[in-house]
Design a protein around this ligand. Structure first.
Ligand SMILES: [Ca+2]
Ligand SMILES: [Ca+2]
Length: 270
């Protein structure tokens, strides 16, 4: 069996075990994009592309074999700035605090992203995970940078401190031949937003607190405190894949003595 498949099976079993035995479990969404998945949360319907709300104009999502990990994944199939935008997750409509994580595999040189606390088209946040053309992580608000069907340069949301909340170089060499796997995590606690972005091969435990590496971005912002929807995003990123997308709601890993941290710790060790 492929090593990563073995690992993924273990994580899936661990998540299901946690949910069935711990009332305080806070993983509210997990899409692994497998057929008849037992790991999916709340259920296998999250792996059906028909249940995602695609607001990116003309974009078509497909389930296809992942280029490297031996499983199925979500593929972005249509190229072009005009097809950029959101794919909102089914059922995650009132996220306020917690963690959003995804794995990414680039078949193009543009960008991935995560949208959260989206209360309307112009309320909420966008975290941009660039690859080659924009080798950075950017945090922006949807009012300024959330328009659908546009690339970030067209919105003046690159290299522009006036329009963005943070922009940090990621420092990675990311191949665009579907040969590099990255992992992205966003953690939101009140007005604090932290972002991690790393090569999967450099992360010892993808379920660890803080991924055992420092966050690339750690900022506070008070513009959008309301709960809202969570989704994935892309900028002109055809032939690229998302996999193992999950959301944990609640103030996880904020305080080592908190109940949430205990829950998170037990998830890691089960
Ligand atoms: Ca998968
Ligand atoms: Ca492109």
């Amino acid at each position: 069996m492929h090593p990563s498949r073995t690992w993924r099976s273990y994580v899936g079993v661990a998540l299901v075990a946690l949910l069935t035995t711990t009332a305080s479990a806070q993983i509210s969404f997990l899409a692994d994009f497998e057929d008849a998945s037992k790991a999916a949360i709340p259920g296998p319907e999250v792996n059906d592309m028909a249940n995602w709300d695609v607001t990116a104009p003309g974009q078509v999502l497909a389930l296809e074999a992942h280029p490297t990990n031996g499983t199925q994944a979500m593929k972005i199939t249509v190229e072009g700035c005009g097809t950029s935008g959101n794919f909102m997750m089914p059922g995650v409509d009132s996220f306020k605090d917690g963690i959003i994580q995804c794995e990414m595999n680039a078949g193009d040189d543009d960008s991935f992203g995560v949208v959260f606390r989206r209360a309307s088209d112009v309320e909420g946040y966008l975290v941009f995970f660039g690859t080659i053309e924009t080798p950075a992580v950017i945090v922006a608000d949807l009012f300024t940078c959330g328009a659908q069907g546009q690339c970030f340069d067209q919105l003046s949301c690159e290299n522009n401190d006036n329009n963005t909340l943070a922009q940090e170089p990621h420092g990675m060499v990311i191949g665009i031949g579907n040969n590099t796997d990255t992992i992205g995590r966003v953690q939101v606690d009140g007005n604090r937003i932290r972002v991690w972005y790393a090569l999967v091969e450099d992360v010892a435990d993808p379920m660890a607190d803080n991924l055992s590496i420092p966050p690339l971005v750690d900022i506070t912002d008070d513009q959008f405190s309301k709960a809202g929807a969570v989704g994935l995003w892309h900028e002109s990123m055809a032939n690229s894949y998302y996999d193992n997308v999950w959301v944990a709601e609640g103030g996880l890993a904020v305080d080592p003595s908190s109940k949430a941290a205990v829950t998170w710790g037990s998830l890691k060790t089960r």
